[in-house]
Design a protein around this ligand. Structure first.
Ligand code: NDP
Length: 254
């Protein structure tokens, strides 16, 4: 496949992501607190999570390794960022998160597998075949800014995941108002951090597939964060009023 064909597929994929985002503003994906039995058979949440997330690094690595381009330090750096993020997300996070006794619909697992297959393919294939980086790549403005965004996002994402994990004792399935970290400002800093991370990665890679993954991440997580935010307000009458849904920005007045 040549670069033009890859870019055409990627543009179509971006259009699908934006369309699905509009749908997700109306229909909340039924997992976690929004779980519903109306979406067909379900499986263990932990098993489902591992299956759907492990697809991304495996697909990325396959197409990267089998790509024909020579691999520089910059190639391996971007490869390592993807792998490190997904090593945590697919194999460490599901054993730390309090998921025990919960289920996830197979339809969600299947659609996430497809999402991760396409994003892993587009990004691994681009990095393995078409990416070309200059000798001073690490010193370029987009890589420095992208790196700052990526690592800040990863810090916020992991810090927020940790705060959420500590809200429950083993076996507990209830919900509390999270406090501390970026929860001071937003209901879903884990989602905010993840969006920052992939915007940073897109800046560093400077490719259409990486931009597409940042758009898809925001397209999935902004509607989910808005649903979580509305849910918190329905569930907890004393929920902090100044807290935004996903992007921290100052309140008007006071
Ligand atoms: P959530 O915030 O919905 O949940 C994260 C974990 O914390 C779950 O185990 C959840 O339990 C628990 N939890 C959340 N809120 C509370 C609370 N108030 N009290 C007690 N426990 C709570 O995150 P997601 O499941 O949507 O995502 C998990 C991670 O995966 C995030 O870091 C996210 O950024 C990432 N992700 C990335 C995507 C992408 O497109 N790149 C797509 C989806 C997720 P329970 O599940 O029982 O509600």
């Amino acid at each position: 496949m040549d670069l033009d064909a890859l870019n055409e597929i990627t543009l179509t994929w971006i259009a699908i992501g934006l369309l699905l985002s509009a749908i997700q503003l109306k229909v909340t994906a039924p997992y976690g607190r929004h779980f519903s039995r109306n979406w067909g058979p379900s499986i263990s949440y932990r098993l489902g999570w591992i299956i759907m997330e492990i697809v991304s690094p495996l697909t990325f690595a396959h197409f990267f390794w089998h790509g024909s381009a020579g691999k520089s330090t910059a190639h391996w750096f971007l490869f390592a960022l993807w792998m490190l993020h997904y090593l945590n997300r697919s194999l460490i996070y599901p054993f730390r998160a309090r998921m025990g006794g919960k289920e996830i619909p197979l339809t969600i697992v299947a659609s996430a597998v497809f999402f991760n297959l396409v994003n892993g393919f587009l990004n691994g294939y681009w990095l393995g075949n078409f990416a070309a980086f200059s000798g001073n790549w690490f010193a370029s403005a987009n890589v420095i800014l992208g790196g700052i965004l990526f690592f800040t996002g990863a810090f916020i994402n992991i810090q927020s995941d940790n705060i959420l994990i500590r809200l429950r004792q083993p076996g507990d399935r209830g919900y509390r108002i999270p406090q501390g970290g970026f929860f001071r400002w937003v209901s879903c800093p884990n989602h905010f951090g993840e969006i920052l991370e992939w915007c940073g990665y897109a800046l560093m890679a400077w490719s259409l597939p990486a931009l597409s993954f940042a758009i898809w991440t925001a397209a999935n997580l902004i509607p989910r964060a808005l649903s979580h935010h509305r849910w918190y307000h329905r569930q907890f009458p004393d929920y902090p009023k100044e807290r935004k849904a996903v992007v921290p920005w100052p309140s008007s007045g006071g």
